[in-house]
Design a protein around this ligand. Structure first.
Ligand code: SF4
Ligand code: SF4
Length: 96
């Protein structure tokens, strides 16, 4: 599981509806239903629905990684493209 650094000096922000960037860009190394090896970086999670919402939200099968990834201005940026770019950069920086 990548150890994303805690965003520094970030004000709390809300998840942008329809974004889904953090369910696509990062890798997830723990198993989840339908993805026994986790999720490769850059691949859309199987559990992201058409409205970019998590189908596993609130369920025990949802990876701990997902619950730990909180929205922040630094990560989420101004739009989905910025979020994907930031998350992809973090993925590279935390790659083993
Ligand atoms: S990157 Fe931010 S806005 Fe986009 S889905 Fe993740 S938490 Fe929500
Ligand atoms: S399990 Fe849910 S929150 Fe986690 S990556 Fe998949 S869709 Fe996103």
């Amino acid at each position: 599981m990548p150890a994303f650094p805690a965003p520094a000096a970030n004000l709390a922000t809300a998840c942008r509806p329809g974004c889904g960037a953090c369910c696509i860009a990062p890798s997830i190394t723990t198993p989840m239903p339908g993805m026994p090896r986790g999720k490769p970086a850059g691949e859309r999670c199987l559990h992201l629905d058409e409205a970019m919402r998590c189908r596993l939200f609130g369920r025990p099968e949802r990876p701990a990684f997902c619950g730990g990834l909180q929205p922040s201005r630094e990560m989420c940026g101004e739009d989905r493209g910025q979020a994907i770019a930031w998350l992809a950069r973090m993925e590279r920086l935390t790659a083993p």
